[in-house]
Design a protein around this ligand. Structure first.
Ligand code: IVH
Length: 664
């Protein structure tokens, strides 16, 4: 978003976020002191400052108000754009994934420990002196820490080389961390705090260290050469070895085995393609380069025994298995159960009653059954009757067990009703109330919400006249529903938020949707065959629910709905402008534009300052990382330099936005 006008600032003042306020204060401070071109009246500037002070009294921007903070030199607390994004790494947890990765390129790999520190970019200027240092931040913009890194012994202040960027990890040695014992959670947190000291001399007191892992701006053709070069410049490169395919797993195992002998903390092994030409060929996604992968250490794991398998019914009628295990303490929490996801997993593990299991928490959080350590006895019997409603026989579709009659199944129906009020955005009907209405036989199907009268509600527990009136009023207000909301409210498998919108805007009316064949649904971009079938089947299964609802509600056609939704700003991308550059690999540009529009967004033909996203096709994203610029890109960057806020993103991130309706 570009900087706000005076009117916009006045209007938005009370709703701006801390980050927005910081940017505005910094911007207008600079306009006043450096450019001598103040755009806003002084009292408004003061209001911005006061608002920022009340939200974030310790914001460094507050310290930098006035001529001192306005210099063109970037200083402490400023945000700075990275020259090339600082991406994350793709993760692997097993050998198979790593080998598959290795097979995607020619030549050997290199491996180094994944240091658990703070990623940092160091830019050296034409005189060889360090010019700018920044943290990773959100990958696109980081925080300036130039003066701080000058206090780190491993970071040379001047190089015998010019115009280079070195990247690496700032960390605290364990031997130094020990002297702070007990006061801080881990060396990483302490190092982060130490690095961001306002007084750079204090950073020096913490005796931080630095491992270099990359150098940008050279013509070197392999990683190994880069590491040698880094060493010759006076850096400490992260310990790195050249690895053939059959050495990957043994290298990982030897790092795991010697992990606790080192003076630094690590959380995995980073493998990289050695040959730079191969790295360029593989390219990057918006999130990570394809030429590197982090083989992460397994989180803590521990043995436990299977006590039972429970079956829980979801609103789509799926009956999901859950393993109940003897309590085991892992990564700071006691685990007593873990989802078994589907029948294929039970069968794949060869799970039996009383099996001894290896339990873990995936990503350090989600309880997970890794493997069976000791086979138990007695097969796990799949329920023949639905554990919620008792109807049978249950039906197996692919690897999922379903209740044969969701329409009479308590759990499925409750889930369905809860989802219905959510999807049509009807307030006041919480889970407890819905359960009471269901138990008393008052509401058993979505249409019955509309038949509610204050009197029927009154005999429920804790229900007063005012509340009863209000609830009936709320549901009355939802008698006109947009097609997309209506479709989503039906709890049909695969007809979620985005699919509902796409289907609605494609077919236009409920009638056309109900008449559509599985094939014609499948042909809508991005849905595909299986989804087509499951939406079609879902619509047929819900025919009665739909017919009953139609006695009460009017479903607006999608075009009519688009008009109302742009009036009240309902689409997830409403107000957002997208422009495309380069070649998209996942779809035609026209389809991408259609999808943005279906979600309420706009797709101008040319680059404008108000643009929110410039999407670079994946085919060109690698070139972008390497410095290539299309004319649209150059324009976007110059707008950004003038204060616009155009996010430059890759195709993968664009697809995520389409799916979720928000930026990942
Ligand atoms: S290579 C695209 N090597 O891990 C990034 N990164 O989770 C290529 N990290 O942001 C980086 N140790 O800060 C590399 N030996 C190592 C590393 C390492 C730690 C960090 C790095 C990156 C993060 C990704």
């Amino acid at each position: 978003m570009p900087h706000r006008s005076v009117e916009q600032l006045r209007r938005d003042l009370s709703t701006m976020t801390t980050e927005e306020l910081e940017l505005a204060v910094q911007h207008h401070n600079r306009l006043y002191w450096v450019d001598d071109a103040a755009l806003i009246p002084d009292p408004l500037f003061d209001q911005l400052v006061e608002r920022l002070r009340s939200l974030a009294p310790t914001s460094p921007i507050l310290e930098a108000i006035g001529p001192a903070g306005a210099g063109e030199e970037l200083g402490y607390g400023d945000k700075v754009e990275h020259e090339a994004s600082m991406l994350s790494l793709d993760k692997a947890y097993d050998e198979e994934t790593v080998l598959k990765w290795f097979d995607s390129f020619e030549g050997v790999a290199v491996g180094s420990p994944k240091i658990d520190g703070i990623a940092c970019s160091l830019r050296y200027g034409s005189d060889g002196a360090i010019r700018l240092a920044a943290t990773r931040g959100d990958g696109t913009r980081g925080e300036v820490i130039t003066e701080n890194v000058k206090r780190i012994a491993d970071i040379p202040a001047r190089l015998d080389a010019k115009d280079l960027e070195v990247r690496g990890e700032v960390y605290m040695r364990l031997s130094i961390f020990k002297t702070y014992e007990g006061k801080y959670a881990n060396p990483r947190n302490l190092a982060a705090g130490a690095l961001k000291q306002k007084d750079p001399a204090k950073t020096g007191d913490y005796r931080l260290s630095f491992f270099a892992y990359d150098v940008l701006g050279t013509e070197l053709s392999t990683e190994l050469e880069k590491f040698e070069y880094l060493a010759s410049l006076g850096f400490t490169p992260v310990p790195t070895r050249r690895l053939e395919r059959d050495q990957l797993q043994t290298h990982y195992q030897s790092v795991v085995a010697t992990r606790f002998d080192q003076d630094f903390e690590m959380d995995g092994v980073v493998f990289r393609t050695n040959q730079v030409s191969e790295q360029v060929r593989l390219g990057v996604t918006a999130h990570h380069p394809r030429f590197a992968i982090a083989y992460k250490f397994q989180g803590e794991s521990g043995a436990s025994r299977l006590v039972d398998v429970l079956w829980s019914v979801s609103r789509t009628g799926a009956i999901n298995p859950v393993a109940i295990v003897e309590p085991v303490f892992l990564s700071g929490a006691t685990v007593t159960k873990a989802s078994l996801h589907n029948l294929a997993l039970i069968e794949g593990l060869g799970l039996k009653h009383h099996s001894t299991l290896l339990m873990s928490r995936r990503g350090g959080v989600i309880p997970h059954v890794e493997s069976v350590l000791e086979a138990g006895e007695g097969d796990i019997v799949y329920p023949e009757l639905c554990p919620s409603c008792g109807n049978g026989p249950t039906v197996r579709r692919n690897d999922v067990l379903f209740c044969p009659d969701q329409t009479r199944c308590l759990q499925a129906q409750l889930g369905l009703l809860k989802h219905f009020v959510d999807a049509i955005d009807c307030k006041g009907f919480g889970p407890k109330l819905i359960e009471q209405l269901f138990d008393d036989g008052i509401v058993r199907s979505p249409a019955e919400f509309y038949a509610l009268q204050p009197d029927t509600l009154l005999h429920l527990e804790r229900m007063g006249e005012t509340l009863a009136q209000k609830l009936v009023g709320n549901i009355e207000a939802r008698r006109e529903l947009g097609l997309a909301d209506f479709l989503r409210s039906l709890s049909i498998n695969d007809l979620g938020k985005v699919a509902s919108k796409v289907v609605a805007s494609h077919f236009g009316s409920l009638r056309a949707v109900r008449e559509a064949s599985a094939e014609s649904i499948a042909q809508i971009y991005g849905l595909g065959e299986l989804t087509g079938v499951s939406i079609r089947e879902g619509l047929l299964e819900r025919a009665e629910v739909i017919d009953r609802l139609l006695e009460y509600v009017t479903v607006l056609d999608a075009t009519a709905e688009a008009e109302t939704s742009s009036a009240d700003g309902a689409g997830p991308l409403t107000g957002k402008q997208f422009l495309f550059t380069g070649t998209l690999t996942s779809m035609k540009r026209k389809d991408a534009q259609d999808q943005v529009q279906a979600l309420g967004g706009q797709t101008p033909d040319n680059i404008v300052k108000e643009l929110d996203y410039l999407v670079i096709g994946d085919e060109d994203f690698a070139k972008f990382q390497g410095g290539w610029r299309s004319s649209k890109l150059k324009k976007a960057e110059s707008f950004n330099a003038q204060g616009a806020r155009i996010a430059i993103i890759g195709e993968t991130e664009f697809l995520t936005i389409l799916k979720s309706g928000t930026r990942a």
